[in-house]
Structures are given as C-alpha cells and as structure tokens.
Design a protein around this ligand. Structure first.
Ligand code: ADP
Ligand code: MG
Length: 325
C-alpha cells in the first residue's frame, strides 16, 4: 500500500483487528508480522481449507447483519475442519472492501468472525485487507489439526455401511427460499441460514473413535455432497426420503407444499455432517453430543436411489449448487 499513514486507514484497521483477534496458545506469533508462526508437532496432521464469499453470489448485503455475516464466514470454514474430524485452530481472513461499505460495518463483520472463531477455540491468525472495485469479497482460510492418520476423508465408504446425517436438513434453504420470495422466515429458520452451527464436537468424536468410514459437510445439498462420497468411494447409496431429519418449522412448511422436500435433499448450506459407518446404532450412541439420524445404506450400485416409504423411487427436481453451471 502506498499510504503509510499509521494512525488511520488500513494500518489502523489492522491494529484494531490485532486487538480483537487475541492470540491462540498454539501460535508462537499471530497477527502483525509477514507470517504467523506455529510450532509443528509430530503427533498430528495439519488440515487446511479455503473458501471465497462474494457479495451477490454467497450473500446479499441487505439480508444479513454484518456481524452475522462475519459469524457465518467463520462457521462455514470451521465446518470444513469438522468434516474431517479436526479441531479448528487458525483462521486467515482476506477482505476486499468496496467504498460504499463503511469501516464500521467491516468492523462488525470482523467482530462476528472473531466471536464465532472463539466459540470453537480458533483464532484469527492473519489475513489481508484491500479495497474492492466490485462488491464485498471475503476469502477465508482455516487450519485445524487431527491426530495423525485420523482425518475422515470422502473416500472410504463401503457397501453395507449405514449413512447418517447430523441435525436437520433443509432449514437454511427454506429460509433462503422465503427471503428470495420477499417473505421473512421464522426466527429458527433465519438462524439456521444466518448463523449455521459447525458440528465440531461430533466430527472430532467420529475421528477419535474411528466410527466413520467417509464424511463431509453438507454445503451444496445432501444429494450433491453425498455424490462426492459415492464418487470418491466408488459406491452407491439407497436414501430413505421418509427418514430425512426435519425440524418442526420445516415440517410445518412442508405440510403446505410437499415439493419443499427437495430443499432438504438438494437445498444446501445445512453445514450438517453426512457420514458412513459400519455401525448401525450410532443415533443412540451419539445423540447426547449431537442429534444423528440414519438416512440410508451404502450399496454396490451406482449413484443415489431415493426411496419412498412405499418402495417407489422419488425424483428430486432440484440440482445441488454448482457455481459454474
Ligand atoms: P503485508 O504487507 O505483509 O501483506 P499487511 O500490512 O497486509 O502485511 O498485514 C500486516 C499484518 O496484519 C499481517 O500479520 C496480516 O496477516 C494481518 N492482517 C492484515 N489484514 C488482515 C485481516 N483482514 N484479518 C486478519 N489479519 C490481517
Ligand atoms: Mg497484506
């Protein structure tokens, strides 16, 4: 940056961020130098993931407070660490700020981001800040750790495994569906959309106890994300549509419009974990940590068959989200 004024602008903002972020005990050096430093240990693997959030693609500025948007930006990245069974530790935040967004709003965003990170024991460890000629752009990188060799990948599901989903599906997509129609979703659905819950505790238990053979988080919709497991593991799945875990708010909407079930199948942004396991009684065993529902079985067939309770096949009318489609 050409303007080296230390008392205002970018550098004052970075000083402010540094104060907000605090320091993680796992870091030798946090924000303020060219790099952060973390001493490496031989008993764990380092997990790293990046996500881009672009105004108009991933969020509409007018739908969400900047604080909640900050929380969500941290949560969806932490969810990627949860999906490997890891413990989130460091977050890196790239910000492209358009001139029409006040610094105050960006600070609210960072406050929400930092608060959400702390909830899961992670810290903001670095980033970059610049102006954007377009909309608001946010790039988040997250790092986490998992005991050596315990990370749960997409590959590893085998025929006969049970397929489980945490929490409930479709709430976030239903909230978005309502917002897009100019309606205000009820508070529960709105919360699921604005501030999703990454399933860190569940993911870590699944990794520690080696319960899951394959896992990922549902960001693009159950069918699309399950499709990634099937492709990586070279298996198929029979999914029982009547077993999908649905919230009361979702069921209420579904009673008025049965086609909304497609939002639970392919809506996206649930940030629940979907995983396969040879164990058939995990719903009971894990229920105290996080609700878990068995929704199907891994098969040797190709692709996903969606079965109705009468045994007939169900055809979902929605595709999962594809940014290049
Ligand atoms: P550089 O010129 O090396 O890119 P910067 O002036 O951009 O350095 O950043 C200085 C310090 O502030 C670095 O430690 C960087 O990680 C941190 N930083 C800058 N922007 C952010 C941000 N948006 N969030 C968190 N840390 C940031
Ligand atoms: Mg920089």
């Amino acid at each position: 940056m050409s303007n080296k004024n230390q008392s205002s602008g970018e550098f004052a903002f970075i000083d402010w961020i540094q104060q907000q972020a605090g320091r993680g005990s796992h870091l030798t050096l946090g924000i303020g130098d060219d790099c952060s430093i973390e001493r490496q240990h031989s008993d764990h693997d380092l997990l790293t993931s990046t996500d881009l959030l672009i105004e108009g693609v991933h969020f509409q500025h007018q739908w969400s407070s900047m604080f909640d948007l900050g929380r969500k930006a941290a949560a969806v990245n932490i969810s990627d660490i949860a999906a490997m069974g890891g413990k989130p530790q460091s977050l890196f935040l790239g910000l492209g700020r358009p001139a029409n967004i006040a610094l105050k709003e960006i600070e609210e965003f960072v406050s929400g981001f930092v608060e959400e990170a702390k909830r899961y024991g992670a810290v903001l460890a670095g980033g970059d800040t610049c102006g954007s000629p377009g909309g608001l752009m946010i790039s988040v990188t997250v790092q986490g750790v998992v005991p050596t060799g315990d990370a749960i990948c997409r590959q590893g599901a085998s025929c006969g495994d049970a397929v489980y989903v945490s929490g409930t599906l479709g709430d976030s997509a239903l909230a978005l569906h309502m917002l897009q129609a100019g309606r205000q979703p009820d508070p529960f659905l709105a919360e699921r959309f604005h501030t999703p819950t990454p399933r860190v505790g569940l993911g870590r238990i699944l990794a520690q106890r080696q319960f899951a053979t394959a896992m990922l988080d549902v960001s693009d919709g159950l069918l699309a994300d399950l499709g990634h497991i099937l492709k990586a593991s070279n298996v198929g799945v029979d999914l029982e549509v009547s077993q999908l875990p649905l919230s009361d708010a979702f069921r209420q909407a579904l009673a008025g419009d049965p086609t909304l079930i497609d939002l639970a199948l392919a809506g996206g942004e649930d940030y629940e974990l979907v995983f396969s396991s040879p164990l058939k009684d995990l719903a009971g065993q894990l229920g105290r940590i996080c609700p878990v529902t068995r929704v199907g079985t891994v098969t040797s067939a190709e692709g996903i068959r969606i079965l109705q309770s009468d045994g007939d096949l169900y055809h979902c009318q929605r595709d999962g989200f594809d940014h290049f489609a």
